[in-house]
Design a binder for this molecule. Structure first.
Ligand code: PHE
Length: 336
């Protein structure tokens, strides 16, 4: 009987080791641990043996039963854990889960689109520093010292002469200082103004500047270029108008308006009932500015323009709060 118990233990261990699946394991349970299994049979056999032998054999059998059950439970646990990730349950032919890919920020998309249009007209792209001197931001652009014109733009000063640029126009000066006419550049970048943050104004925003200087550049070149831009950007059926305004660095100066594409000029919330939307400031480069960079004002004339990117993007996408561009809320950004 002793030998039979050892045999049962050995074959149980081999069977358990071989078991790879739930089905295998169930077979081991039926074969060894069930009520008609090998171990139960040994208990049954023991009943017919002489009383004197029973206590010792009973003890052996109980140990076998206990150990077998424990080993079986352990095996079942490891098999359960591994079959979840087991190689026979992973289908390697399944397509991968696509990872969401981000898109360009709507402001950068807008800059790209504006750039593309002007580059197709022969402009190239230039940039300049965001930390500027008083000279490049104001002086060279014909803002007289202590003239109220400087109040047009609330400035963040770093020191008396160093400031955060309030517009991209200083890049005009840097570009012209570096090269002789013809100059045909667009200059995108970040600008800063000391203003209360609201739905309509931010302390930091983007502008794109344009500059064309050559012999014989006229106001009709300005209009032709900007109208061609507006048609491509806002659509062929857009109407436009220019209205006189003032900038120290252009003379004459004009703001450009397009007919409100929401209400077609009838007046609505978007255009504040005016029927028109201001899209940019522009003008003929002031001779003082050309003189400041050493250009011959008898020979050369030019035009310049500047537009706010947040405003441009908002007109295009119907965004009514500029702060949305800077909150990085994915629910907002996903829509572009
Ligand atoms: N720099 C002006 C502004 O910030 C825009 C402008 C640029 C106007 C070039 C005329 C010519 O408002």
């Amino acid at each position: 009987m002793n030998a039979r118990i050892s045999e049962a233990r050995a074959s149980f261990q081999t069977a358990l080791e071989k078991a790879q699946t739930d089905a295998d394991l169930d077979q081991v349970r039926v074969q060894f641990l069930s009520r008609s299994g090998a171990i139960a049979n040994l208990f049954e056999e023991m009943r017919s043996l002489p009383v004197a032998e029973k206590p010792a054999l009973g003890k052996l059998l109980n140990v076998l039963k206990f150990e077998a059950q424990a080993a079986f439970d352990e095996k079942k646990r490891t098999l359960d854990a591994s079959t979840v990730r087991g190689s026979d349950t992973v289908d390697l032919t399944l397509p991968g889960r696509p990872r969401p890919v981000g898109t360009k920020h709507p402001l950068m998309q807008t800059i790209d689109d504006i750039k593309r249009i002007f580059v197709s007209m022969g402009f190239s792209v230039a940039t300049g520093p965001e930390i500027e001197t008083d000279y490049y931001n104001f002086g060279a652009l014909n803002f007289p010292a202590d003239h109220p014109a400087r109040d047009m733009q609330d400035t963040f000063f770093i020191s008396k002469d160093i400031l955060l640029r309030t517009h991209t126009s200083p890049v005009q000066i840097r570009t012209m200082e570096k090269q002789n006419p013809p100059v045909r550049e667009i200059m995108p970048g970040r600008v800063y103004r000391n203003e209360a943050i609201s739905a309509r104004s931010l302390v930091s925003f983007y502008q794109i500047e344009g500059l064309y200087v050559d012999q014989g550049v006229t106001f009709s070149d300005l209009k032709g270029t900007l109208v061609a831009f507006a048609r491509q950007f806002y659509g062929n059926d857009v109407r436009f108008k220019f209205r006189p305004t003032f900038f120290p660095f252009t003379e004459p100066s004009a703001d450009m308006y397009i007919s409100c594409f929401l209400c077609k000029g009838k007046g609505c919330r978007m255009c504040k009932q005016a029927g028109w939307l201001e899209i940019l400031g522009s003008g003929m480069v002031h001779p003082h500015v050309l003189k400041n960079v050493g250009y011959d004002t008898e020979k050369y004339t030019g035009f310049a323009f500047g537009m706010g990117i947040e405003r441009t993007a908002s007109l295009r996408y119907g965004v009514d709060d500029l702060r949305l561009y800077y909150e990085n809320d994915v629910r907002f950004l996903k829509q572009f």
